[in-house]
Design a protein around this ligand. Structure first.
Ligand code: APR
Length: 235
């Protein structure tokens, strides 16, 4: 017997597009990261084995950029929702702009830029803020530190928890993701038929079944949706 929908529960699923207006590059837009870097050189376990310095440089640069960025109107509006609703943010993003905007329940399924972990014991995770790491920086057990990022070919984090949240949410708002990467994109199908489901993006490869697509910038559209929900209205 499936658990009932909780109409007070909102799940927000975000991708790089929600941070674009904060000045952080997305991945697959024309000026995206994957147009300037080869994924195979900076975002796979094989890349780490082959050239750890290049991988560390890539994430040190992104960590520094993310630390300089500020939350935008979409991040702030999402945090506002917590006034009236039980909100869980499930993000593919590795920046901490949701937390800095005030969201208190954020699940990072692709890791976090401001954390690093031991290459010997993955349970050994350290928060380094905006600091760079270099070859020779080691954990308490003497092993090299690596970015706490889920690389291609690795298993995303907290997926079962994320899936449970989707299954009971009365409202699901998907923001700024091309839905190009699984299993993250597969989370959308966990949402219930009767839940209110909206996706906000400039462009998507295909509209997910049962979702209303509002085409436009997150900073313009998300505050409007949030105001409607806080006033008890459909957007
Ligand atoms: N407002 C709303 N949507 C936007 C904006 C904006 N200002 N700018 C860009 N977008 C949309 C684009 O139209 C696109 O649909 O955001 C999406 C960005 O897609 P991607 O660059 O593919 O980013 P994302 O979906 O987060 O990528 C998923 O892929 O490389 C991996 O691990 C990486 O987490 C990432 C995953």
């Amino acid at each position: 017997m499936s658990r009932p929908i909780d109409h007070n529960k909102i799940v927000i699923l975000t991708g790089a597009g929600v941070s674009a207006e904060s000045g952080l590059q997305t991945f697959r837009d024309s000026d995206g990261l994957w147009n300037n870097y080869n994924v195979a050189d900076v975002a796979t376990p094989q890349a780490w084995q082959r050239n750890p310095q290049l991988v560390l440089d890539f994430y040190n640069h992104r960590r520094s950029e993310a630390a300089k960025a500020q939350p935008n109107a979409a991040h702030l509006a999402i945090a506002e929702l917590e006034k009236n609703f039980d909100v869980t943010v499930i993000t593919q993003n590795v920046d901490d702009l949701h937390e800095r905007a005030g969201s208190s329940n954020v699940i990072h399924i692709h890791g976090e830029l401001n954390k690093v972990r031991s290459t010997l014991d993955p349970e050994l995770i350290y928060n380094i803020g905006d600091k760079p790491i270099k070859p020779g920086d080691t954990c308490d057990k003497g092993a090299q530190l690596r970015p706490h990022i889920v690389w291609f070919g690795e298993i995303p984090e907290h997926m079962d928890t994320a899936s449970q949240h989707l299954k009971t949410a009365g409202k699901v708002l998907v923001i700024g993701t091309s839905l190009a990467v699984y299993p993250a994109a597969g989370l959308l199908k966990k949402a219930r038929h009767h839940a209110e489901k909206i996706i906000v993006a400039l462009d998507i490869e295909r509209k997910p079944y049962g979702y209303t697509w509002l085409r436009g910038k997150a900073g313009d559209i998300v505050p409007h949706i949030v105001n409607c929900w806080l006033e008890g209205r459909r957007p």
